[in-house]
Design a protein around this ligand. Structure first.
Ligand code: ATP
Length: 214
């Protein structure tokens, strides 16, 4: 029987409890063998203040230390430009066995933007998609996704079978925290304690990250 591997891409600038709690809940619900957090190379237009790829990677490493089955996959930072999801999926697939199952976790907003992604119609050849749903999300899917949802929806995450090809929605404990909010608090000299793991907070303080002068 193949392994069950979830992937959650993000800027993680910095990683916070919204990412971590969501990832852990999905990993438990689907009995995943691994849930890899994959820090993205940052698109050049992104707002500052922000931290370097090295700092973002280190904070994710600290956050998942000893938290099985969460782990870090640094492959996108090894490239000199932002990766398309399809490239990452192809590179992961090249390392996995044919019967390993890949689950791509996407927030509802990200999922709604899927039709504009590079080679979006090929994504489901490599993985299942898990849409992280929230109680206050607009449930109505955009027109461009209706046919895809009609053809590929599974009734529940537990019903996903095979190595990929289906879409399911997962509900999670809502935690309205964002990296933007954390950067703003830090820039204003306020505390972010309990919004990030203590080890991440210690790293932010030790390196003076996200201060107004950076
Ligand atoms: P920023 O505020 O800088 O845009 P962010 O907090 O949204 O960052 P990202 O690194 O962009 O974090 O998010 C990576 C993934 O984690 C996305 O799929 C996003 O939907 C999801 N995510 C972010 N925050 C939360 C949260 N509070 N609860 C659940 N999922 C989240």
């Amino acid at each position: 029987m193949g392994r069950r591997i979830g992937i959650l891409g993000g800027t993680f600038d910095p990683v916070h409890i919204g990412h971590l709690r969501g990832a852990l809940e999905v990993a438990e619900m689907l009995s995943l063998d691994e849930l890899r957090l994959i820090p993205n190379a940052r698109p050049p237009h992104r707002d500052t203040p922000s931290s370097s790829p090295r700092h973002r990677l280190r904070m994710v490493e600290l956050a998942v230390e000893g938290v099985s089955p969460l782990c870090v996959d640094a492959r996108e930072l090894g490239r000199d430009k932002p990766s398309y999801s399809i490239d990452t999926l192809e590179s992961l697939r090249a390392e996995l066995a044919a019967d390993d199952q890949l689950f791509l976790l996407l927030g509802w907003d990200a999922f709604c933007g899927l039709p504009s992604w590079h080679r979006s119609d090929e994504l489901l050849e490599h993985c299942h998609i898990l849409v992280l749903q929230r109680p206050d999300a607009d449930i109505e899917a955009p027109e461009a996704l209706r046919d895809l949802l009609a053809a590929r929806s599974a009734p529940a995450p537990e019903a996903l079978s095979g190595s990929g090809g289906q879409i399911a929605f997962v509900w999670q404990t809502p935690l309205e925290v964002s990296a933007t909010q954390i950067r703003q608090l830090l820039a204003a000299g306020r505390s972010v304690r309990f919004l990030v793991p203590d080890a991440v907070l210690a790293y932010i303080n030790a390196h003076g990250l996200y201060r107004a002068s950076n």
